[in-house]
Design a protein around this ligand. Structure first.
Ligand SMILES: *Cc1c(COP(=O)(O)O)cnc(C)c1O
Length: 377
């Protein structure tokens, strides 16, 4: 097996993959309607529940063909009963995406908006739940990938349940990285896709959630055909197959990625991501970069650095210099502050970050940016 040029992706997914996962896509052609393929998907669905420690009698996983946003779409449009309202606890771009989905479907919602560098106020969340007994679904984002802030999902989930609402969490950028336990974390539904924490490829997304709630949603208003959770669940339970054509090669890669996930282990994998994250923060600190999120609120996967006030600073130039040398850095996702992001996803370790900072520093020197970087105030 020839090794493939290794790029270090510091963007928030897709992430750097192993060659074994890349090559797992190269398989004999197969029709996904064959029993052999359905058998593979059964094991895959069980593993996806196991990663978040779900009791398989209570929790199941449902697969979709699409990027991660399809999961948010499916959860919101499928799990809201007639007359119910959605509460979005929103401190970033991904929860704002949930808001836009509600708008597109015409779902009633309350958007509890917080600044992107602040955590939600739990007393306010409780007050809103108390004053709006029609809230049937509470949604938030675990790690706001736009900034790297960690939200208190366990506490929000507890409140949602106390007031009789279903709790859906966008865990796309924590799943299979930062350990999650759906029972302890009060999660009814979480979600991710194969190209993030699992270190496989785009095309396969999945929702892990409570069977009883999915069963109940059978009678909820049908707002989408392709993106209906119950329809896909029922079809998969009955036949073992996805309703429509699955992303065949991505599924083979994901199966290999799962093997590698279990071989590395939850704890060791999280320790590796933490090493990478610490190396990123140390590197940024040494160069004098400021970050948006205070250290104690960081999820430990995304660093959001603020552009220095240096006339020579050019994200594009620094990006291109690094990109040509095999390192990808990524712009921020905050409308009020200019930032760039360095993420700790993927099959990388702290040595890769050390190598990265050699190149990154060279890029700053070459483009004439003063080191340590300067800020006006
Ligand atoms: C990556 C990501 C998504 C999915 O984005 P796509 O562009 O659809 O893959 C959703 N939520 C969060 C928190 C993410 O990090």
């Amino acid at each position: 097996m020839e090794s493939i040029k290794r790029n270090i992706l510091l963007n928030p997914g897709p992430s750097t993959t192993t060659d074994t996962v890349k090559y797992a896509q190269v398989v004999p052609d197969i029709c996904p309607r064959e029993k052999e393929f359905a058998g593979l998907m059964d094991g895959l669905r069980q593993d996806l529940v196991k990663i978040v420690h779900g009791n398989p009698d209570e929790y199941t996983s449902v697969l979709f063909c699409g990027s991660g946003t399809i999961n948010i779409d499916v959860c919101l449009n499928s799990l809201l009963p007639e007359g119910g309202k959605v509460l979005i606890v929103d401190n970033g771009a991904y929860s704002t995406r949930a808001r836009e989905i509600c708008e597109y479907y015409g779902l009633p919602f309350i958007d509890m908006k917080y600044p992107v560098d602040q955590r939600p106020d739990l007393d306010e969340v409780e007050k809103t739940l108390k004053e709006n007994p029609d809230i049937a679904l509470v949604h938030t984002t675990h790690n706001e990938t736009g900034t790297g802030i960690l939200n208190p999902i366990r506490e929000i989930g507890e409140l949602a349940h106390r007031y009789g609402a279903v709790f859906t969490v966008d865990t796309t950028s924590t799943y299979a990285m930062r350990p999650i336990n759906v029972h302890e974390d009060n999660i009814d539904f979480c979600m991710a896709s194969a190209q993030k924490g699992l270190m496989a490829f785009t095309g396969l997304s999945f929702i892990v959630g409570r069977r009883d709630i999915i069963e109940k949603s059978k009678d909820y208003p049908k707002r989408s055909y392709y993106c209906n959770l119950y329809m896909q669940y029922e079809y998969m339970e009955k036949t073992g197959e996805m309703h429509f054509t699955p992303p065949v090669q991505t599924i083979y890669a994901t199966l290999q990625a799962l093997k590698e996930y279990w071989a590395e282990g939850e704890e060791a994998k999280w320790a590796r991501h933490t090493r990478v994250f610490n190396a990123i923060n140390n590197g940024l600190d040494e160069l004098g970069f400021r970050q948006v999120i205070k250290p104690e609120w960081r999820t430990g996967l995304v660093s959001s650095a603020i552009y220095p006030d240096d006339p020579n600073w050019s994200f594009e130039k620094v990006h291109d210099y690094c990109y040509e040398r095999g390192f990808t850095i990524y712009p921020g996702k905050i409308s009020t502050t200019n930032t760039f992001r360095l993420c700790a996803l993927g099959a990388i370790d702290e040595d890769d970050i050390r190598d990265f900072f050699v190149v990154f520093k060279e890029a700053l020197v070459t483009t004439g940016v003063q080191i340590p970087v300067k800020y006006k105030e």
